[in-house]
Structures are given as structure tokens and as C-alpha cells.
Design a protein. Structure first.
Length: 273
């Protein structure tokens, strides 16, 4: 058990961070290797610097969280890695080749707020869309694809709701559907932007279980998360940002008083309990 408590200047908060059960952590350092190498990455929006000179590695076989305060550049870092925003400097390599040339290896789930939930599609349709890259739009979906979709829906506990319009689901259910869609892509790299925002505890538990199963399969998981609370314990490695890289490494290495003070401009204080 690791006890960490945080005191926020405007909203006093004491948090006990518990280690996840050992059985949920099948990933080991033995099979973890640097999958993604980020060097000197910078992003500007017009003249405003959003990120400057970020250098870090993201390992396979680990669940890596991108943390930092509002506006720290967390989503920007993920989008820059995926080529969704132009970078002003640096490069992103996956297995020593530009990741941009290997985007077929990536499954990306954007923030829920960026998705049009009025789109007239059922849960099944949305998850099947994950297969398009493998099968193409014009080809009818194969028996294999249908089986992959069925298994993904079962894995996230959404099989019973497969015929429901996506817009009629709760936030947590929608997030699970998008996780299922990502699973059907059978990718090597999984990127999630704020998957835990406004979802129920059951969904959070399911998502973290699947994250750790994927890590145990030596997949690479990158997750933007703004909640510096109990869920932090589910991450193996962290990237802590505040418009620049504050710290990166294992959760224990990154969550120090000095790093948190620098990242949150003194608005979060850290006490080892
Ligand atoms: N498309 C854009 N055009 C201009 N500025 C942007 C754009 N997207 C983000 N920014 C700015 O870049 C900075 C980083 O934004 P980003 O969304 O990456 O931060 P974040 O850490 O993900 O924040 P949050 O936790 O609030 O989602 C912010 O100052 C933001 O206003």
C-alpha cells in the first residue's frame, strides 16, 4: 500500500492511493521495451507554445498516463504523437521508424466531448467501424469481423445492448463501446484521451482491467488522465506535463513533491503519509 495525500489550495482533498491487486498486474519489466521514442517534440498553436521540447519514451507492456493541470498540453501531446496536430519540432518514432508511417498499428479513442453522439448508429455498428481498416468500407464484413466484434462487446460487457442507438447510452456505456471498437482494431498501440471523465465506477474498473490485460499482451497503452486521485495507482508509468515535460518514468519516480509542485505551480501539495 502506498499512501499519498494531496491538499489542493481551493478544495482540500485527502486521497489514499491503493496499489492495484498483484493479479491485475501481469505486465512486468521483463517484457517492457521502449516502443515509442519522442524527441524534442514541440507544438505551437499559431504563435502560442502548447508544448516545448518533450523527450520521453513510452514502453510496451505498460499502462502509461499523461498527467498535468488543465491546459498543460496533455491532449496536445497525444494528438501530436498521432499526427493530428502539426508539430513545430522533433520526431516520434515507433520501433525506430516514424510512427506517422505506421498509424495502422494505432487505435485511438478521442475525448467523449469530441464525438457526435447523435450519429444514427447502433452499438454494433459503431464497434464494427473498428474493422474498416482491416476490411475496407466497400467489402461486406466477414464472419471473422463479426466474431471479433461479438467478442469485443462481450469483453466490455455490452453485448446485451448491441442493438441500442449509441446516443441512448450512458456516458460509461458509450466509453465501453468505444473501447470495444478500439479492441476490434487489433492494434499494437492504444491511445485514450480522458476515458474516465464522467463515467461510473463499474466502467472504470472494467476499463482498467482491460488496459492491464492488453499490457500483459505487451501492447503499448497511452492514456490522458487529469484526475490525480485514486486512479493514479492503476498506471505503471507517468508523463507529467505543464507545457513542457516535468517528469517521466515509473509512477513512484514521477509522483514526488517537487515534481507535483512544479507541474501544478504550487496549487497541489504532496504529503507522504
Ligand atoms: N486547436 C487549438 N488551437 C489553439 N489553441 C489550442 C488548441 N488546442 C489546444 N489549445 C491550447 O493549447 C494548450 C494545451 O491544450 P490541451 O487541450 O492540450 O491541454 P490539456 O492538458 O489536455 O487540457 P485539459 O486538461 O483542460 O483538457 C491550451 O492552452 C489550449 O488552450
Amino acid at each position: 500500500m502506498q499512501n499519498i495525500s494531496f491538499y489542493e489550495k481551493f478544495s482540500p482533498l485527502r486521497i489514499q492511493v491503493e496499489e492495484t491487486p498483484t493479479q491485475a498486474r501481469k505486465s512486468t519489466d521483463m517484457n517492457s521495451t521502449a516502443a515509442i521514442n519522442i524527441s524534442h517534440l514541440g507544438v505551437h498553436y499559431r504563435t502560442q507554445k502548447a508544448l516545448g521540447d518533450v523527450n520521453c519514451i513510452i514502453k510496451s507492456g505498460k499502462v502509461t498516463g499523461i498527467f498535468g493541470p488543465n491546459g498543460a498540453g496533455k491532449s496536445t501531446l497525444m494528438k501530436a504523437i498521432l499526427g493530428l496536430v502539426p508539430i513545430s519540432s522533433g520526431q516520434v518514432l515507433y520501433k525506430n521508424q516514424p510512427l506517422m508511417q505506421q498509424l495502422d498499428q494505432v487505435a485511438y479513442v478521442p475525448q467523449r466531448s469530441q464525438i457526435d453522439w447523435n450519429y444514427p448508429a447502433t452499438v454494433w455498428d459503431v464497434v464494427m467501424m473498428g474493422r474498416v481498416r482491416k476490411t475496407g468500407w466497400l467489402r461486406s464484413f466477414s464472419t471473422v469481423s463479426r466474431q471479433v466484434v461479438k467478442e469485443a462487446l462481450e469483453r466490455v460487457g455490452m453485448k446485451e445492448l448491441q442493438n441500442r442507438p449509441i446516443g441512448e447510452l450512458s456516458g460509461g456505456q458509450q466509453q465501453r463501446v468505444f473501447l470495444a471498437r478500439a479492441l476490434t482494431q487489433q492494434a499494437e498501440i492504444f491511445c485514450f484521451d480522458e476515458p474516465f471523465l464522467g463515467i461510473d465506477q463499474k466502467t472504470q474498473t472494467i476499463i482498467f482491467e482491460i488496459f492491464h490485460e492488453l499490457a500483459a499482451e505487451n501492447k503499448t497503452l497511452l492514456v490522458v488522465n487529469h484526475d490525480l486521485g485514486q486512479s493514479t495507482a492503476h498506471f505503471d508509468d507517468l508523463i507529467l506535463l505543464n507545457c513542457e515535460l516535468i517528469a517521466t518514468g515509473s509512477r513512484q519516480e514521477v509522483l514526488t513533491e517537487e515534481n507535483l509542485h512544479r507541474a501544478y505551480n504550487g496549487k497541489v501539495m504532496y504529503f507522504a503519509a
